[in-house]
Design a binder for this molecule. Sequence first.
Ligand code: GLV
Length: 305
Amino acid sequence: MKHTVVLTAAFPAVARQLLAGEFDVIEHPTEHGRDEDDMIAILAEADAAITLLSDPLTRRVLASNPHLRIVANFAVGYNNVDVDAARELGITVTNTPGVLTEATADLTLALILATTRRIVEGDAEIRATGRCEWEPLKLLGLSLQGRRLGIIGMGRIGTAVATRARAFGMEIVGVRRGEPLDELLETSDVISLHLPLNATTRHIIDAAALSRMKTGAVLINTSRGPLADEAALCDALERGHLSGAGLDVYEDEPEVNPRLLAMSNVVLLPHIGSATIEARTAMATIAATEVLRFLRGEKPRHAVV
Ligand code: GLV
């Protein structure tokens, strides 16, 4: 009997193309804010699934279908998966590392530049007025040359951000997972987060960490929203302690805190760090290949469980 592979969203076509020859493929439209019951219904027929980073793969969901053997999460992060439950239930979980490093690092630099040079405010002004008026004091920002960039998480993506930032003349202070943050927090002009989300890293940027940041510093987050306490971040921005923030991720996606929406010194993107044609195609190829290998009895290459 053919195995059934469920695609929980509309992924790049290569995923279906790689799988459709050998397996029954059920493709669901992309949906946001799914709950456990939605997931249980979607995965009911699955021997294997390619899943979204927003799909809640809790113990209850994973246990609901005894035929489910592999979940290939279409992301490098897998904080949406209860990995302990997967391990206990004998379900393999894979991710898509490596292929989105450069795209995410590019977007991080885009956010650093957009916040420090007030790109979005400038665009909004032109659209509102239909005019381009040069003024000596208009939209003054910060120069990156000689400023210090603190990178929290010097893994693949953090290191790729450092390479780019050095080309802009920034001085880098980087910490790896678990290393002390004190010097980085107190001396950086821009701080960028590049950590996976787990119990240790949740709210690593809390009110106390924010209060140690330099007055006028900027926070960039292209990793996972809950790394920062968003309410405390809004307080720090509203007080003027931070001069800006560039965010691609939010604490309660798909919701975005209305306090952030009200601030013009915050640049907000809809979680598009890996959204290049190249990266997304490569991610789909990896996820589908993992499923293919697994269902053929071969070892997946990127198993996290
Ligand atoms: C995107 O956020 C990812 O984890 O790949």
